[in-house]
Design a protein around this ligand. Structure first.
Ligand SMILES: *Cc1c(COP(=O)(O)O)cnc(C)c1O
Length: 384
């Protein structure tokens, strides 16, 4: 293929694709071998070395989308996150971690860092100053996730990249909610980008996977640990994920077009107390969103007034699914108080702004009028 600076849709469709030299088929052949020739070969290929043809092709696509030199594909988002963290942190080191992060990531840190002799501080809030306040002499990693779950708060990515460079600390971001279609943290100065590819990269709620993109130097370090942890993704799923990624940009564009319209619809609705969406002027980091995001993503949250029963509301939906996880082409809603944040006390939840009336909405690609009709109908059936 010609080497040129392809546009995003072309990268999604073609970059990293494997040519079918034997039959001229249009899509990448699937290489399922676990055994590859070694005589006269520069590369010793083996699935757990993250270097089968399909793994390398998909990693190249994701790295190119992120503006990174290299990438690795993992069996889950958590496999990617744990490998990145432990490749950056050794016994005696310290990590500065965003207060408001994915529950699984928080659990990994709180349950296991101590036994590895790794110290950590969660920031007081999401300001760059709060991150700087936590930096110690032995800090080796600053970890962020923006937009956050479920209130879609933003962290200033450029400011965090700069903070890391000033202090010589590696910075990493979980870019799952935004995707490189919406924001490219490496171009803003962050070192390592991580994805739960289970979400938008897969996009159809049928794949579990993870991905990392970074400089070749960081990828080599992460690989060195990851090959021993053994969290590689099966090549069958790699192949499926490559297929999903071809439509990433058009899916995200369709989903966020719906999301801004639904955010506006909900914010005008008399049953809705508040809407959290970075694309709304009322969002407290809307100005930052305009600078670091291209479009505002397709996740939003809203609070129903207390006179509406949220469980009744979710049960009354007929199109939007009240189901766990997010980012599929089909719209879903959850109650954070009953799912991602269920283990916190009601007071701790309140302190974070997560009330029992809060609903997180992963906006899909359905026709906007049908989503609005479903919500209107469910609201009318949930008045107490
Ligand atoms: C789902 C998710 C993860 C974890 O990914 P898995 O694929 O479930 O391991 C990490 N970060 C964010 C933001 C997520 O939404």
């Amino acid at each position: 293929m010609l080497k040129q600076n392809f546009g995003t849709n072309t990268i999604c469709t073609h970059t990293g694709a494997i040519e079918d030299a034997t039959f001229g088929g249009a899509v990448s052949p699937l290489y399922v071998s676990t055994s590859y020739e070694f005589l006269d070969q520069d590369v010793k290929r083996y699935p757990r070395y993250f270097n089968t043809p399909n793994q390398e092709g998909l990693a190249q696509k994701i790295a190119t989308l992120e503006g990174a030199e290299a990438g690795l594909i993992f069996s889950s988002g958590m496999a990617a996150i744990s490998a990145v963290m432990l490749s950056c942190l050794k016994s005696g080191d310290h990590a500065v971690v965003q207060n408001d992060i994915y529950g699984g990531t928080r659990n990994f840190i709180e349950s296991h860092f101590k036994s590895y002799g790794i110290q950590y501080s969660f920031t007081k809030d999401l300001s760059a100053q709060a991150f700087e306040d936590c930096v110690q002499n032995n800090t080796k990693l600053i970890y962020i996730e923006t937009p956050s779950n479920p209130l879609l708060k933003l962290v200033d990515i450029f400011a965090i990249g700069k903070l890391g460079k000033t202090h010589g600390i590696t910075t990493a971001i979980d870019n799952t909610f935004a995707t490189p279609i919406v924001q490219k943290p490496i171009t803003l100065g962050v070192d390592i980008v991580i994805h739960s590819a289970t979400k938008y990269f897969g996009g159809h709620s049928d794949i579990t996977a993870g991905a990392v993109a970074s400089s070749q130097h960081h990828i080599d370090q992460i690989w060195n640990l990851a090959k021993d942890f053994g969290g590689n993704l099966s090549d069958f799923t790699v192949w499926l994920l490559e297929r999903s990624m071809k439509t990433l940009a058009i899916r995200i564009k369709a989903q966020q077009k719906n999301a801004i319209k639904l955010a506006k619809f909900l914010s005008k609705h008399k049953a809705v107390k508040q809407v959290y969406y970075p694309g709304l002027k009322s969002h407290d980091t809307h100005e930052l969103a305009k600078v670091q995001m291209k479009g505002y993503g397709a996740m939003l949250s809203f609070e129903l007034l207390k006179s509406y029963d949220t469980e009744k509301f979710l049960k009354a939906l007929t199109l939007i699914k009240p189901s766990m996880s997010l980012a599929g082409v089909e719209s879903t809603m959850i109650l954070p108080s009953k799912t991602s944040h269920a283990l916190l006390s009601e007071n701790d939840r309140k302190a974070q702004g997560i009330t029992n009336q809060l609903i997180r909405f992963s906006v899909g690609i359905e026709s906007k009028k049908d989503l609005i009709y479903d919500i209107e109908n469910a609201i009318s059936l949930s008045k107490q």
